[in-house]
Design a protein around this ligand. Sequence first.
Ligand SMILES: NC(=O)c1ccc[n+]([C@@H]2O[C@H](COP(=O)([O-])OP(=O)(O)OC[C@H]3O[C@@H](n4cnc5c(N)ncnc54)[C@H](OP(=O)(O)O)[C@@H]3O)[C@@H](O)[C@H]2O)c1
Length: 299
Amino acid sequence: MKKVLVAGATGYLGQYVVKEFKRQGFWVRALTRNLDKLEDLSHYVDEEYIGEVTQPKSLHGICKDIDIVFSSVGITKQKDNLTYMDVDYQANKNLLEEARLEGVSRFIYVSVFNAEKMKDLKPIQAKIRFTEELKDSGLNYLIVYPNGFFSDMLEYLQMAHRGRGYVFGSGQCKINPIHGEDLAEACVFAAIGDENRINVGGPDILTHSEIATMAFETVEKPLKISRVPTWLSNWFLTILKFFASVKTYGPIEFFMTVLSIDLVAPPYGKHHLRDFFLAQKDNITHRTKAACEKDQKRS
Ligand SMILES: NC(=O)c1ccc[n+]([C@@H]2O[C@H](COP(=O)([O-])OP(=O)(O)OC[C@H]3O[C@@H](n4cnc5c(N)ncnc54)[C@H](OP(=O)(O)O)[C@@H]3O)[C@@H](O)[C@H]2O)c1
């Protein structure tokens, strides 16, 4: 039986990847820095490894007897005081070192669709630096370049629930976001194959205006979408660069950029965004309510 190490198992994509590898008959070791976060995956994980991927000493032996390493470790929402270089680059490099030491046969890494065209962005710089090292490592590798995840599209649902949505420019830029389960299936399918790179998005190609409209239809509120002109978002980013910390600026710059360009990757999968929105509708209502209550308590 082949053995896989999943790093990033506690994240949106990683949890589906753990399930999919298990479904395909793999023995699964999952890396976590917090065991509680793996609780829901206990039926799918054969062995937990507690380590902090940014601390090389805590990873000693993590790849022992492992055939495939899969990593979706990366900063998506900045919580701690680490930079993209600390996590997206260095932490993955720490894993790569361990993989090399133990002679694993394939290393799979998750980057971002069209990374090469967004080289000015901090998260992308860190990812490109890591992928270059991976390519030069001598290990057999696969780099996955996915489009935006369904989890990120929840922002639209949250805005709709609050009563006003925003799109950048004309709102006509296109994207085909993908569900974590579909992406995990594509990753594991490619992991078993011999490709070095895959570009992948979801089955529906939508404009951001269409996604925002779908969000309003889901929460059954009157459609209120404001368009943020390109000059205004550029001006906002310029000002923000001077006053905000890198921690705040990085994610905002990244999201404003990906919302302002066409991102259409080869389509894959069976999950549709409208169904995902409908399934998440109640969660959003509760989350927004909880956030409002928190704000009321503060004021
Ligand atoms: N979200 C998107 O739309 C999108 C689109 C294309 C590509 N990607 C890329 O795909 C990858 C996975 O995305 P995702 O949405 O699944 O991300 P996610 O839910 O935020 O999960 C990220 C994973 O990385 C780990 N991690 C982050 N910072 C860490 C740190 N300082 N130390 C140790 N572990 C750390 C997290 O562990 P903890 O649970 O312990 O924090 C988690 O397991 C990322 O590299 C992302 O850039 C995302």
